[in-house]
Each structure stands twice: as structure tokens, then as C-alpha cells.
Design a protein around this ligand. Structure first.
Ligand SMILES: Cc1ncc(COP(=O)(O)O)c(C=O)c1O
Length: 432
């Protein structure tokens, strides 16, 4: 490394220290619901990639993809520019003509949950398929194998479900159900990096899984996401779809990795047409940059530490609120160890106060609150006129829309901040 570069990066480290020591003043400092947690290594990694002008995917991307796959114990990871793009890639990959009879087709049904994030559902609609909405449980906020089994029809071909705010759904049982009915299982693991079910990481049970690296998530690359799979064939389709649909697999800036760049005969193209410009899928460009991957690598080194902090904060909040009347506190799915995304609370319908009252009070005391994403998505304008099937009454999803919210447990929150949130909730409930 040049002396100038070493000097710049040392200054970046010092700059980080100047930026990071901020005192918490209860009622003044915002207690965020989520946010990135950075140290000096993260800042240096990002600046170093910028100094090298690694503005497209490159060495850090390759390493990050390899390390992500290793972390999950899967064969392949492909970075994308967001978790939503990863979801689009994951489901679209399963429509590839190269899968023959096993490919998903328009009008096929895909089972998903009503209460959640929209881009778990959108790829189903974007691929001309039909989302089948099932309800979730209160407390775990996940659906159950029984509810999914109840929704299966002769047209059902896949299950695409998220682990709710870090809490695993009973994914081993759902995977078994998928196998029994010959359905694909797509795990939206965007909110659950590091969570385990029966000791196994979520994101590793299904055919394909996704992660988001948006700053609210367990590790961040700014914007970003990835698709994970054990199947080399699916990974190759994901890569093609991500990279304009092209057949070629050369890394950016590389040529002729396959050693027969001008010797292909595909489609009805003339023999020898440049492989770089042969398109075998109707693709997108959903790629990311090395700036993101450099940050991702530095964040991945802290994934266990971040998970421990999330669990510690969640437990402290749970202990502090255990005896508060009128609130349904979250519960981990049996046999799971969640790396929590947030702390979900439902105001009991018979409580002498409302969710709005409580969240307004929290916000007025500088505690950020969030809804359970879209609540019952079928009630949103985007989905009203889209073909879908509602498998059974969405009673809990509706209650969640009315009465549920969450507050933060992300690693940058201190014990003092968690205690402040607990005290604020207790104060509201005691005076309502
Ligand atoms: C469950 C779930 N899936 C997908 C996404 C989309 O991720 P991104 O914001 O990176 O597009 C989110 C975003 O928070 C999410 O919570």
C-alpha cells in the first residue's frame, strides 16, 4: 500500500472516532428502531474501495459472495442491489425454461403470508403467478405448517415466506411439507441472518433464500442483498438473470473464461456469435458494486457479535415488559434461536389504551416505532385488483394491522436506551 493511502486510511480511522462518541440524552436523542452499526474497520473498508475506484463488482464482490456462501454452509451466493431484487431473482430463477417440467409458470399458485413486507409477495405477481395468502400467529408473527397445508391446492407450486422480524417460522416442517407436495420453498431470510431453527441457520432449508443488506438489517452494504442456494444450476440461472440474462459468466472486465467465447451455437444465432452477447434468459441488471461488497465483508466479520447484541437487547426489553398489562409480548418459535430484527408488541384488543396512543407517546418521547410492515397486505391499494387467493380468514393479520408495532433492538442500542424504552412504555400504560 502506498504511504499516501496508509496515511489517508489512518486519518479515516481517526475521523471515525471523532464521529462516534455521542452521549445518549433520554427524551432528546432519538432511539431508532433500526440502523447500521459501524466501526472504524467499516469506514476504512468503504473508503479504501473508493480510493481504488472499485465502482463496479470486482474482487471484494467475489470474496463477499464466497464468504457469504461459507457462512451459510451453502454452495453459492450471488449479490444483488437489494433484498427485493434478491427476492425477484430467486422466484424468477424458478421460472427458467432450463428447469423443464419443474419450472414455475404463469397462473401457478405460490403460498405466502398476508402480514409482512410487500417485496416477498411482489415477485409472485411480477412473474404472472397467483399469491395465496395465509394468516399468521400472534406472538411469533409467523405462519404455521398447518396453515400452509390448508392452503395447498392442485395449482400450488411453491411456498415463499419470510422469517418474521428475525423469528424463524417452523422451517424444517415447512420444508418437509414442500417436499411431500413437490413444491419449491423460497425462504425470505432478509430479516433473519444468524437466526437458527433446530440449530440450523435459517436460509438453508429451502431451495433458495434471500438476504437484505439495507442498513436496518443484520449486516449492511447500504443498499444490497443476496441470493443463496445449494443448487449450482439455480445459482447459474440467478447469475444470468441478474446480469442482463446473458449466457456468459465472465467476471466484469474479464473475457473468455469459458475458453470458447467464439465457438457457441445457441438459439438460432450463427455459429461463433460472441458468447458475451448471447442471452439465454429474459434478464435484468440487478448487480451491485465493490463499494458495497467491501463494506459487506467488514460487516460479515461482526455478524456473531451483532446477533449477540440483538439477542441481549431483546431479552432485556422482554424482561422489562414481562408484567405490563395490555401488551402481548413476542415469543420465539419453539426450537428456534432468533437473531431478532425488532421487538414486536401487540396491544391487546381489550387494553384500556390503543396502539395509536402508545406509539404517539413513544414518538413524543423520541422512541421510534414501526408498524409490522404492511400489516394485512391484501388491504393495500396495490393488491386489491391483482389476482390472488385468500386461503382462510386473515383474522390475525387484520389484528396486526390494527394493534401491532415494533421498536428497535439493533446492536447500537445500549442497555440505557433499552431501559428508557421500557420505562416509557411502563409510564404510558400506568397512566392510561
Ligand atoms: C422480509 C423482507 N423481505 C424483503 C425486504 C426488502 O429488502 P430491501 O429493502 O433490501 O429491498 C425487506 C426489507 O426490509 C424485508 O423486511
Amino acid at each position: 500500500m502506498s504511504d499516501e493511502k496508509t496515511e489517508i486510511l489512518e486519518l479515516v480511522r481517526k475521523y471515525h472516532q471523532l464521529r462516534s462518541d455521542q452521549e445518549f440524552i433520554p427524551g432528546v436523542t432519538l432511539v431508532q428502531s433500526s440502523g447500521a452499526t459501524f466501526d472504524d474497520d467499516d469506514r476504512v473498508a468503504l473508503v479504501e474501495a473508493a480510493l481504488d475506484m472499485r465502482i463496479a463488482a470486482g474482487v471484494s464482490t467475489q470474496r463477499f459472495e464466497r464468504d457469504l456462501a461459507k457462512f451459510f454452509g451453502l454452495r453459492k451466493a450471488h449479490m444483488a442491489n437489494s433484498g427485493s431484487s434478491a427476492n425477484l431473482l430467486a422466484l424468477t430463477a424458478l421460472t427458467s425454461p432450463t428447469l423443464g417440467e419443474r419450472r414455475l409458470r404463469p397462473k401457478d399458485e405460490v403460498i405466502t403470508v398476508a402480514a409482512g413486507f410487500p417485496t416477498t409477495v411482489n415477485p409472485i405477481i411480477q412473474n404472472g403467478m397467483v399469491p395465496v395468502f395465509v394468516d399468521v400467529e400472534l406472538g411469533t408473527y409467523n405462519t404455521t405448517p398447518e396453515r400452509i397445508a390448508d392452503a395447498i391446492s392442485p395449482r400450488t407450486r411453491a411456498i415463499m415466506v419470510a422469517h418474521a422480524l428475525g423469528n424463524p417460522f417452523a422451517v424444517a416442517e415447512v420444508a418437509a411439507l414442500a417436499r411431500k407436495h413437490d413444491l419449491y420453498l423460497i425462504e425470505d431470510n432478509c430479516d433473519a441472518v444468524g437466526s437458527t431453527y433446530r440449530g440450523q441457520l435459517t436460509g438453508t432449508f429451502g431451495d433458495i433464500a434471500t438476504v437484505s443488506f439495507y442498513p436496518a438489517h443484520h449486516i449492511t452494504t447500504g443498499e444490497g442483498g443476496c441470493v443463496l442456494t445449494h443448487s449450482v444450476a439455480l445459482a447459474r440461472i440467478v447469475e444470468q438473470l441478474r446480469d442482463w440474462g446473458r449466457d456468459c459468466w465472465c467476471e466484469p472486465g474479464k473475457d473468455n473464461t469459458c475458453c470458447k467465447r467464439f465457438e457457441y451455437q445457441l438459439g438460432t444465432l450463427p455459429y461463433g456469435y460472441d458468447h458475451k452477447y448471447i442471452f439465454s434468459h429474459v434478464g435484468y441488471n440487478l448487480k451491485s458494486t465493490d463499494l458495497q461488497a467491501a463494506l459487506g465483508l467488514s460487516q460479515l466479520a461482526k455478524v456473531a457479535e451483532f446477533g449477540a447484541a440483538r439477542r441481549r437487547n431483546w431479552q432485556r426489553m422482554h424482561d422489562g415488559l414481562r408484567d405490563v398489562p395490555g401488551l402481548l409480548l413476542p415469543s420465539p418459535t419453539p426450537d428456534s434461536d432468533p437473531s431478532w430484527f425488532g421487538f414486536v408488541i401487540t396491544v391487546q384488543p381489550d387494553a384500556p389504551f390503543t396502539r395509536r396512543g402508545l406509539t404517539d407517546f413513544l414518538e413524543s418521547r423520541r422512541v421510534a416505532t414501526r408498524r409490522f410492515f404492511g400489516g394485512n397486505l391484501t388491504r393495500h391499494p396495490a393488491y386489491v385488483d391483482r389476482e390472488h387467493r385468500i386461503a382462510h380468514a386473515l383474522t390475525n393479520s387484520d389484528l396486526i394491522t390494527q394493534n401491532t408495532f415494533w421498536v428497535g433492538v439493533y446492536p447500537a442500542l445500549t442497555a440505557q436506551m433499552i431501559d428508557y424504552v421500557v420505562a416509557t412504555i411502563r409510564e404510558f400504560v400506568a397512566t392510561s
